[in-house]
Structure formats: structure tokens, C-alpha cells
Design a protein around this ligand. Structure first.
Ligand SMILES: [Zn+2]
Length: 160
């Protein structure tokens, strides 16, 4: 995205919240991150037993509202550049992220069964099109993404 095509809502130091002409909000990086670098630690502002469209799943029965709050604007991509590591509670770069690049993660890497499935328009050549959670991933898709430990365990359990 080019800077003059969107509105900047707020600046959080490492990233800023923007809205493009279509009204889509996104979190874009203010700086370069190397692969494996921690973008930000995160914590639970609140914990629920059921998912909502705003929560991130961190275990079988824990769905959290992300803190710091701006991290909830991290969008989905089928070609993500970041990963919410729910074991370490850290948002980590999966590859190099350049300044002004959207920070994105793969929703099924944390979500087993999403509250609301949606049609993905990420534009990746490998786009999955319909994002519903890890329980709907094919074996090939499971293997091609970095997934959280509890998701991997649930996949193993669901095969047995
Ligand atoms: Zn996609």
C-alpha cells in the first residue's frame, strides 16, 4: 500500500493502524523486522471460553482479547509474515518485514474452528479462499504453515 492511499489512525511505535479507501483497517510496520525477531509480546486483556471475531485462541478452551489492543488489527493472510506464538505469547516475524508492510498472520495458526468463516481476498497465489479454522485445513495445508502447538495437537487428536 502507498502511504497517500490511506488514513493513519494511530501510531504505536512499532506499527501504525491505518484504514484504506475501502474501509479496511490494517496494521503496518514502522520498521524492519528480521525473520524470527519478536515484533511484540502479547497478553490476554480478557479470556473467553468461546471465540468471537476479535479473539485469538491460545489453548483448547481459551480465547483471548489481545493486549496490547492494537494487535487485534493484525489481518489474516494466506502468505503471512508474522506468527502469534501462543506458547511464548509473542508475535514473531516469519520472514523479513519491511517498513510500511502490512503485518499479517494465518488465522488457522491459532484458530481451530472460527466463529465466522470468511472469504479471503489476500491475493496470494496460494490463497485458501475460504478461511474457517485449522479443522478444515487439508493435510498439505497443515504441513505448509507454521501452526501453534495446541493446534498441532488437535490435528493429531482429530485423526485418531
Ligand atoms: Zn488468502
Amino acid at each position: 500500500m502507498k502511504l497517500n492511499e490511506y488514513k493513519i489512525f494511530n501510531d504505536y511505535g512499532i506499527a501504525k493502524l491505518i484504514e484504506d479507501a475501502s474501509g479496511t483497517k490494517a496494521l503496518i510496520s514502522n520498521q524492519k523486522f528480521e525473520m524470527g525477531q519478536v515484533i511484540a509480546p502479547f497478553f490476554a486483556r480478557a479470556t473467553f471460553q468461546q471465540p468471537t471475531y476479535l479473539t485469538v485462541q491460545i489453548s483448547d478452551e481459551e480465547h483471548i482479547l489481545l493486549g496490547p489492543e492494537f494487535l487485534q488489527y493484525t489481518n489474516h493472510s494466506c502468505d503471512p509474515n508474522a506468527f502469534f506464538d501462543t506458547t511464548e505469547m509473542k508475535l514473531v516475524a516469519l520472514k523479513e518485514i519491511k517498513p510500511n508492510e502490512d503485518i499479517t498472520f494465518f488465522y488457522p495458526s491459532t484458530e481451530w474452528k472460527m466463529d465466522q468463516a470468511f472469504e479471503c481476498l489476500c491475493g496470494s497465489p496460494h490463497c485458501l479462499k475460504i478461511i474457517q479454522g485449522a479443522y478444515k485445513l487439508t493435510k498439505e495445508q497443515q504441513l505448509s504453515y507454521k501452526l501453534n502447538n495446541f493446534i498441532i495437537r488437535k490435528i493429531q487428536e482429530s485423526v485418531i
